[in-house]
Write a protein that binds this ligand. Sequence first.
Ligand code: AHG
Ligand code: MN
Ligand code: MN
Length: 333
Amino acid sequence: MNRISLTQYLVEKQREKGLIPGELRMLLEVVARACKRISYGVGKGALGGMLGEAGSENVQGESQKKLDVIANETLLEANLWGGHLAAMASEEMDHPHAIPNRYPMGEFLLLFDPLDGSSNIDVNVSIGTIFSVLRLPEGVSDPLEEHFLQPGHRQIAAGYAVYGPSTLLVLTVGDGVACFTLERETGSWWLSEDRMQITPETGEFAINASNMRHWQPPVRRYIDELLAGRTGPRGRDYNMRWVASMVADVHRILIRGGIFMYPADAREPDKPGKLRLLYEANPMSFLVEQAGGAATNGRTRILDLQPTSLHERVAVFMGSRTEVERVTGYHQP
Ligand code: AHG
Ligand code: MN
Ligand code: MN
């Protein structure tokens, strides 16, 4: 079998298509290596002391699991010294992490959700890592928080790893979406699917329905219509899935279609949703659009939103284009 490794895939993007600079290729290889390390840790579970609480809180007031902290440190350590980065920002850190003076400073900014799906760690359900790459704005030599506040359409790469029955890395550099599977014995990533495409139509939706009583009217209407099934306005039965790890829910949508929703709701009226724009919504929206899907906050394309703070939250509707357009339409006045 003629297998294509992650390195070969990236070298081809660099050399044959001139799509990515060599520095970005090396950065992505380092991120993939860090994900591999996290995957090995995840696999050890209780035997590696990976389960349970860290006993601390992140900037968003969420209690951190041990693995949130370990995954964050793994990504930081792997990326500090390579010379490709100007700074890093993480869901688990209050402020951006500068590159120490003793290392060369590169031109990219790396943002990550080191461990997505924290509530699933201790119950052995799929979890993951999400990352996004931006360019440091031209002429900037001292990267600050404000330099991370770029709309998602400026991302030059994004991806996620899923630590599930197999470990996968799903990646875009703006030329479609590719999926790599980790061969545990050799530590190699092999291309297992290229040019992933999300079906525009779907019979499957993902939302945490326990929040139904807090939803706003457009979301209620949309879900009510789906739940009404064959005899309702949509004229067909719909199936529901909710893993509660965005990586796993979005991965399923890349494979077999569907719509993923985490709307703003009345629980915390001052917060526009639960998911984070820079670490979750932007990278996932980039991937979903590159696979032919759509992603909005109910009104606007997520990739066009101008971020105003590092840990900002956003409502998310993403996946099969026809359904995202429909629920977005329901939000129009
Ligand atoms: P994280 O573990 O990084 O905090 O993210 C969890 C997110 C996302 O992965 C998932 O879709 C959602 O939170 C689940 O939220 P509920 O527990 O409210 O369903
Ligand atoms: Mn997350
Ligand atoms: Mn997380």
